[in-house]
Design a protein around this ligand. Sequence first.
Ligand code: ADP
Ligand code: MG
Length: 314
Amino acid sequence: MHPQGEFELIARIRRQAPTGPNTVLGIGDDCAVLRAPAGADWLATTDMLMEGRHFRLDQCRLSDVGYKALAVNLSDIAAMAGLPAAALVAVALPRDRAFELAQGLFDGMRPLAERFQVALVGGDTNAWDGPLVINVTLLGLTTELGPVRRSGARPDDVILVTGPLGGSALGRHLHPEPRIPEALSLHRAGGLRAMIDLSDGLTSDLDHILEESGGLGAVLDAAAIPVHPDAIELSRRDGRPALEHALNDGEDFELCCAFEPCAAERLLAEPPAGVWLARVGSVTRGPGLLLRDERGGLTPLEPGGFDHLAGEPG
Ligand code: ADP
Ligand code: MG
């Protein structure tokens, strides 16, 4: 793109960019200036989506890509029980359609940014002969309760998830609902010791919590895993058990939490308003993941399930 084109594109984005209460200075200077309220800490996260690897433009809408690029970052802020604040968006645009692509991405991103009060405070705009790449960096703020890390789980903690799992590849993966309010409600409820968002799949992501919490293990109850209808549909198509999809498919973007046992009982008896919860298992002192069947039999689970997906788009 001609430098003049780049300036025009940035000017156009600047006119449409949402601002927010933490923005001292938004788009237009060499840096944005942001201010955190007293006592809050910044959360910072970034995620890149690449055409051909994470999406194909002949299989999804441009606005879906824009939506998802922000949504996956919001999901990371949710996983720390933070509040989203400001985003920076870097794009590599295929030269021949640069304007159209930039606007399409923005149109998908803006409603989500407005809904979660994310200010668009900067970015970088490039055009080239390669595929479309979009990278969103999202800054968030901790609440007065502080962040929830992966590392706080303890033996006997109860493992909860915020939604049915599996089969997101049928299309759901393009439209994840960031669990920001759910995470804040769960944190306020008390007893939340560790949390992660489910991007790689329940077994893989739970394993991250267990590893970071000092090498713990977990038992998952087969009958308690909430299997998404998409997992059942995918199972019909590929012949693999729906439970396997629910355990190992990625991109559910639900939260997986470890709760202190009494707090978990309270929550399951009376979930916070608008929060869907399922108890999927519990943390054990001994390392390793086990699946308990209906008769009480235990089978070891490999994080990530079978390796046949290794090296494929994730
Ligand atoms: P510099 O050359 O100093 O990095 P740029 O010309 O790249 O500045 O950007 C000018 C301003 O526009 C900066 O505030 C930058 O953050 C913002 N900006 C550039 N591209 C984007 C984009 N895609 N989305 C939002 N803001 C952008
Ligand atoms: Mg630049």
